[in-house]
Design a protein around this ligand. Structure first.
Ligand code: UD1
Length: 428
């Protein structure tokens, strides 16, 4: 298994190209199942999760071709053409769905297009920490009959889905994607209340519009969909990854330096501007991206609480905690979206961080020096928080289980090396 070795202490200087957003690319690829025509997606990031989802949707009958393979070129996503002329299999098996939770979102498109779907529950987290009850409630409101059978959701709507008003009791990105795709092909009007407002939901909705869907309220928590009989092909470019951009902004803040995040869009996370400014990191909008600077001065402690968009994203919580490890005081980091999303804490402590956990809140007491150590990646965002801490730690850090990083960060070592970081991948 690959490991990553980082020798801390280098300032970051230069440009980092921001890739297409993983969390937009995945639902967009799934949207290709809604039509028998070709959906062309540009700026698709080269990620393990994208490859896995391709396998999953091909299993349902999507054919795929890829343009312009320029492996290794930073910042140039791939263009993929997906054509699901026919859904050849309405079953999404456990061995595929359990590897990636987002693949559960094929439920909406397959059910809407075929009137039936048998989708595995996404692994052991079905009840407890990451349930799918909101997805199922949405499908039932659209008239589907839902049964659970041997770990599978069996959904049927032999006469098609019918529009309805769906009020989500809790904001869920995945349930919004799933129900929005299903409603696009339902008969009549659907109103999704308390829908997720994440930019990736907006990106999916805009792509669906290009495919012929009728959607109003994009970017708000009330999406109004007039169902259509069929959707057609379209071409859409995946929006830039705000989580990747925020991660590198914090890396630059942590290591110090001056970095341009090429292609990043400030409007996708204005809450971060204020928070990083309070921490003493300057972020400015430029014509072709965002510039992040921190010179010599200390990092100020800032309290944050994760919230659905436009609040502070849970997907940046671990990275922000790493940044706070070197602040000049104590910062409270509260996680309100997911329980147990503090697996990075014990690994950061191995690097010398002082963190106390109290329920959903971590108190991060800044230290002057972090020291390199052997640590383990535990999930996607947690693992990149270790990279951020290691960039500012004295000596050498080795991170194992980096396949977590490869799921969501394209060319991480390449992008950081390009800016002067001492980071390398050790294969095997
Ligand atoms: C997506 C993102 C993930 C991000 C998360 C929150 C992708 C591929 N993943 O995950 O990176 O961290 O949004 O921004 O885009 N919930 C329920 N019932 C449900 C569904 C969700 O209770 O049926 C709960 C979850 O347990 C969680 C909260 O709702 O507490 C938000 O989860 P959700 O927004 O659905 O996350 P995902 O879509 O899985």
């Amino acid at each position: 298994m690959d490991r990553i070795r980082i020798r801390g202490g280098n300032r970051l200087q230069g440009e980092i190209p921001i890739s297409g957003a993983k969390n937009a690319a995945l639902p967009l690829m799934i949207a290709s199942l809604l039509t028998d025509e070709t959906l062309t997606l540009r700026n698709v990031p080269r990620l393990a999760d994208v490859q896995l989802l391709l396998r999953i949707i091909r299993n349902h009958g999507a054919d795929m071709t890829v343009d312009g393979k320029r492996a290794g070129q930073l910042g140039h996503g791939e263009t993929i053409h997906l054509t699901a002329r026919q859904i050849v299999d309405t079953v999404a098996p456990y061995d595929l769905v359990s590897k990636m939770r987002a693949s559960f979102w094929v439920l909406g498109p397959i059910l809407a297009r075929c009137g039936e779907a048998r989708i595995s529950l996404p692994g052991g987290c079905a009840i407890g920490t990451r349930p799918v009850d909101l997805h199922l409630m949405g499908m039932e409101k659209l008239g589907a009959k839902i049964e659970l059978d041997g770990g599978y959701v069996v959904a049927s709507a032999p006469k098609g889905l019918t529009g309805n008003r769906i009020v989500f009791p809790k904001v869920s990105v995945g349930a919004t994607h799933n129900v929005l795709m299903a409603a696009a092909l339902a008969k009549g009007e659907s109103i999704l209340e308390n829908a997720a407002r994440e930019p990736e939901v907006g990106d999916l909705a805009e792509c669906l519009q290009k495919m012929g869907a009728k959607i109003e309220g994009i970017g708000t928590s009330r999406l109004i969909v007039q169902g259509v009989d069929r959707l057609h092909g379209a071409t859409h470019s995946v929006l830039p990854d705000r989580i990747e951009a925020g991660t590198y902004a914090m890396a630059a803040g942590m290591a110090g330096g001056d970095v341009k995040l090429v292609g990043a869009r400030g409007d996708l996370f204005d809450v971060l501007f204020g928070i990083l400014a309070q921490a003493g990191i300057e972020m400015t909008t430029e014509a072709d991206g965002l510039r992040v600077q921190r010179d010599g001065n200390g990092i100020e402690p800032v309290n944050v609480e994760t919230q659905p968009f436009p609040g502070f994203p849970t997907d940046l919580q671990a990275q922000f905690m790493a940044l706070m490890c070197k602040s000049t005081g104590t910062a409270a980091v509260r996680e309100t979206i997911f329980e147990n999303r503090f697996m990075h804490v014990q690994e950061l402590v191995r690097l010398g961080a002082e963190i106390t956990l109290n329920g959903d809140t971590a108190l991060v007491h800044g230290v002057e020096t972090l020291r390199g150590a052997e640590v383990m990646a535990t999930d996607l965002r947690a693992s990149v928080s270790l990279v951020i801490a290691a960039l500012a730690a004295e000596g050498e850090t080795t991170i194992s289980r980096v396949y977590h990083l490869d799921r969501g960060f394209e060319s991480l070592e390449g992008k950081l090396t390009h800016c002067g970081a001492d980071i390398e991948r050790i294969s095997g």
